[in-house]
Structures are given as C-alpha cells and as structure tokens.
Design a protein around this ligand. Structure first.
Ligand code: FPP
Length: 237
C-alpha cells in the first residue's frame, strides 16, 4: 500500500460508550442513557451524509452485552426496534442503506423483523451505508471466517496455498465493505472491546472524552478534521 493523504475517511467505525454514566450523572435510569444515545446515532448519520463519508459502522450491541441485567437488555432491544420503526422512513429519505453484522439470529423477533425489513427496503440506497454491529464479537467473527475458509477448502473451491489476507477478508461479515479508516471511541476509554479486530489494522484512532449522548454532529466533524490532518503511512516511511 502506498502512503496517501485522505481528507475524508471513507469508513468510520464508532464504539458508542458512556450512556450509563450519562444517565447516572443525571439521576436517570440506564435505559434513559441509551435512549439519549439513540439521538446521537441520528446526529452522526446526518454528519456522515454531510461530510460524504460512505460507510458508518456502529457498535450497537456486543456479544458481551447479553450479560447485562435482563431489564437493560430488553430496553436495548426495544430501543433498537423503535429506532428502526421510527427512523426507517428518514433513512429512506436520506438515501441511507442499512446493513448489519454479528450473530443476528440471537436478536429477539421484534427487532430482527424490523431490521430485515429496513435492510431490504434500503438495499439500493447510495448516500451512506450504515452498518449496525449487533450481538457482535470480533473474535467470533474471525472463527466464523475460519470455518467458512475450511468449508471452501473441503469443497475444493479454495487452494490452501492461495489463502491470503484479501481472501480471508472476503470470509468475514464485512466482506463487501472497505476497512475503517477512522475508529472513534467516546467516553475517554482507550479500549477496542472486541470490535472489528481484523478490519482496524490500519485505522486511525480518535478518543473523545464526550459521553455518547453528548457526542453530536460537531464532534464527529471535529474527529474527521483531526483525521484529515494525519499522515497515514501504513508502516512505510
Ligand atoms: C455503551 O454505553 C453503549 C451500549 C452498550 C449500547 C449502545 C446503544 C445505543 C447508542 C442506543 C441504541 C442504538 C441504536 C442503533 C438505535 P454503556 O452502557 O456501556 O455506558 P457506561 O460505560 O457509561 O455504563
């Protein structure tokens, strides 16, 4: 890969963190923090369209999130379903194509039905591809990719000696998507939390101290501006 300066990242991935702390600091319930977080989702979608970002991947629910109290898990599932029901017309109006990655069959039937419906209805849209990571874990995704490679080898579709990083990428959930150029995490935490481990190999990192419900369009534009000032060398000099 040659060194290049990219002004706008083609693909932004976001670890949306801090909903619980935002709620706690206001004496609210955790689900109210997630509800406020859904407004920031709307704001960053608008920001990405404005900045002509082509792909936005949001870590909306991790594999580990199933271990949260049942009330919180139910609230998050409900919120996802409502978001898809309420915002689906806006996504269509704004020419946004929805996709999802993760173990989608783990989702409850309500949100899963809305998800499949919106994915289908927006499949030909071209302004922005919004990818929701749901019941997602990067290590699980890599294992899934290995199984898929092994199956191709067994069926004689793939010669093991030709396996390389490009071919392996095609066996991941993100097969049709370019790798993220910019990874944003909110709430000041400096962790990757099992998110897109393979795909973020060369991503630039941006840590924002804002809690997710306080992260708005101007904060996204600030992260994009910061990205555009960096020189990406991909290990070269
Ligand atoms: C992390 O904050 C956030 C989540 C686990 C869920 C993210 C969900 C949303 C932003 C709302 C719904 C999303 C969509 C796409 C409609 P946390 O609860 O870990 O915060 P804490 O670290 O302060 O406790």
């Amino acid at each position: 890969m040659s060194s290049q300066k990219t002004l706008t990242p083609k693909h932004i991935a976001i670890i949306m963190d801090g909903n619980g702390r935002w709620a706690k600091s206001r004496g609210l319930q955790r689900w109210e923090g997630h509800q406020a977080g859904a407004e920031s989702v709307k704001a960053v979608i608008e920001g990405c369209i404005e900045a002509k970002v082509e792909y936005l991947t949001l870590y909306a629910f991790s594999k580990e999130n199933w271990n949260r109290p049942k009330t919180e898990v139910n609230a998050l599932m409900k919120l996802l379903e409502q978001f898809l029901k309420k915002k689906s017309s806006e996504l269509k109006k704004n020419n946004v194509r929805l996709q999802a990655i993760g173990n989608l069959q783990d989702l409850s039937s309500g949100p899963l039905k809305e998800l499949k419906k919106t994915i289908h209805e927006t499949r030909n849209n071209t302004a922005l591809t919004l990818i929701l990571a749901l019941s997602y874990g990067a290590r699980e995704e890599i294992i899934h990719g290995i199984r898929s490679v092994l199956s191709d080898i067994k069926e004689g579709k793939l010669d093991p000696s030709s396996l390389d990083t490009k071919i392996f990428s095609e066996h991941l959930y993100t097969a049709q998507t370019p790798d993220p150029d910019l990874l944003i995490r909110t709430s000041g935490e400096k962790r990757i939390s099992n998110f897109l481990l393979w795909q973020i190999s060369y991503a630039e990192l941006f840590i924002s101290d804002k809690l997710w419900p306080d992260f708005k369009k101007e904060n996204l534009l600030e992260a994009i501006q910061d990205f555009s000032n960096r020189e990406r060398r991909y290990g070269e000099v």
